[in-house]
Design a protein around this ligand. Structure first.
Ligand SMILES: [Zn+2]
Length: 279
């Protein structure tokens, strides 16, 4: 309630601070001749301004980190902190499907991913967990697409969130090769959204599954994940490695629904602006 009012106030401020149109001169003598010229001129100027504004809005360059950072900074400057949803509402194009969530089933439609000596595949784990996560998210009122690894729909994909689900190697690496990893892409909504996504997922998934957050080994493979470059720049995106197929095989194999619950809680945390305790 309180935050809604703050956002409305902010919106009104944006509207009221817009420049008033300059009115034509009031004198009778100039009214007939100059009035008409002025009317034509101001219409042309106004059209020019609108065109320029629209054009610059559509230019991707305009949404570089700097200009967005400034926009968000201005909002926060007068001591009022907007939530992620409120910021998004002011920044995203009209009609952007914020209630949609895309889940990439890691490796689906491409290969099996990591394969264990006993025949267990990464694809099997990713699919089970993604399907449970999808069901939970739909039950909570979200629209959910399950996507292939190289799904054609990824091109300029628009959604409140895109999350790719993978699992780590089945090779024995060492005794500390256990736990999960999370990484996020920079989003044009401002990089707070990526940070928030990682915090939410890491916190909720760790609490619910009991798996340890293996943050020290997030690889460049994860941060430069191919889908991050394909989707709409307004879509916040992340990738999770559910656990290691070697040392975490038991939980990956037997408790896909619990892992999905962790993902569901992490996504809900992000989508609903829930609080995350700082470690
Ligand atoms: Zn994978």
């Amino acid at each position: 309630m309180g935050s809604q009012n703050r956002f409305e106030k902010w919106q009104q401020k944006q509207v009221s601070s817009r420049q008033e149109p300059i009115l034509p001169p009031n004198s009778k003598a100039v009214k007939s001749a100059f009035g008409l010229i002025w009317q034509v001129l101001s219409t042309v100027i106004l059209a020019g301004i609108i065109t320029a504004t629209l054009f610059s809005l559509w230019m991707p360059g305009n949404f570089a980190a700097g200009s967005l950072g400034k926009q968000v900074g201005e909002v926060i400057a007068d001591g009022e902190r907007l939530t992620q949803t409120e910021i998004a509402a002011g920044v995203l194009p009209a009609g952007f499907p914020t209630n949609r969530i895309g889940i990439v089933v890691g490796h689906r439609g491409f290969d099996s991913g990591a394969v264990c000596a006993n025949g267990l595949t990464e694809l099997e784990i990713n699919s089970n967990v993604a399907t449970y996560a999808q069901q939970k998210l739909i039950a909570a009122g979200f629209e959910v697409d399950l996507l292939d690894e190289f799904d054609a729909r990824l091109k300029n994909y628009e959604a409140g969130l895109l999350l790719s689900i993978h699992s780590d190697s089945c090779d024995y690496i060492n005794d500390s090769a256990t736990g999960f990893k999370v990484a996020a892409a920079f989003s044009q909504k401002g990089d707070q959204s990526s940070t928030r996504l990682v915090q939410c997922l890491a916190d909720r998934y760790a609490n619910i599954t009991g798996l340890r957050y293996h943050y020290q080994s997030v690889t460049t493979d994860m941060t430069s994940y191919h889908a991050f470059d394909e989707i709409s720049p307004y879509t916040t995106a992340g990738i999770i490695e559910l656990g290691f197929l070697n040392l975490d095989q038991e939980i990956l194999k037997t408790q896909p629904e619990l892992l999905a619950e962790g993902i569901f809680a992490g996504i809900s945390c992000y989508m609903n602006d829930e609080e995350v305790k700082q470690p």
